[in-house]
Write a protein that binds this ligand. Sequence first.
Ligand code: SAM
Ligand code: FES
Length: 347
Amino acid sequence: GIIQRIQKLEKEHALAIEDYEYLIENRTPETDDWIRHKAVQITRSIYGRDIYVRGLIEFTNICRNNCYYCGIRKDNPHVRRYRLSQEEILSSCKTGHALGFRTFVLQGGEDAYFTDDRLCAIVSEIHERYPDCAITLSVGERSAESYRRLYEAGAERYLLRHETADADHYRLLHPSTMSFAHRMDCIRTLRDIGYAVGIGMMIGAPYQTARHLAEDLKFIETFQPEMCGIGPFIPHGQTPLKDFPAGSVDLTCYLLALIRLICPDVLLPATTALGTMDPKGREKGVLSGANVVMPNLSPTEVRKDYQLYDNKICTGEESAQCRGCLERRMLSIGYQVVTDRGDKKNI
Ligand code: SAM
Ligand code: FES
């Protein structure tokens, strides 16, 4: 049953794919609570009640890709496209640093304007001005050479969700111009270069089965990422997958807990998508084993234009409001947001 499998997972941090599938298919409210409680205890034993914050700067919504689920896909003509200048990005970092952020996440579409020269210049400048901060990039698939140059410029972490560990499922979510093999190659290259790597997937993505999620967990178990970003799929009305239902908050929280059991010291964000699906979603995420939150640090003027999915929260707020909001939310459940780079602790 569930209990035996969880006990095995707690001890060995590994299970067969069939066992992961069993855990996903045979949940009950009681076992959910029990597993989330275990995950929270593990998190507390490693990270205490500290929650790490990352200042998320969505610096371009221009993208050459056409992922079927994503609101800023190239073929969505309704998006007002923008890219922040180096000055605007640095000014966001300045605001963020004053607010206590010690990690900046530069996220964007795959925008050809940001050549290696341009992006490296931005990364080095942030690195020079804020030597006490970690720089995380999340700009999709690039060449090994590009990843290497960005690493040398001072980026230490990279978020590149694998999206799904199943090649057939991958093809249902992406056009044939994108390849599962290439995405996996990129993830391995990032690891080889020395980045702290974040992978992850959407929960409840169109066509996703319990077997697919079990494969995702197996991939997480074998790859041992430093970070793992998971959040519910949320349909965007101007995408080909607009008619699929959103993923569930409960299942997302359950998977957060399982991931915590698989990788006890992994950095696990309670995502904005989780907060979008449920006003208490991020709190629920932390109470399932998440230990990171990523408040929006983008200039308020552009936030509405970085709409990956419908009804995204925080698009009207100022950076300081998001920071304060999350601090209060975390305090309300007995956790504190800390001013810290928030590196992974190795156990
Ligand atoms: N372009 C970079 C990349 O592909 O890795 C980074 C930006 S991309 C918009 C960041 C993540 O947003 C994706 O990895 C995907 O999992 C998530 N995302 C996109 N559309 C979504 C949706 N409709 N619901 C939930 N998450 C979504
Ligand atoms: Fe942005 Fe709450 S985190 S308003």
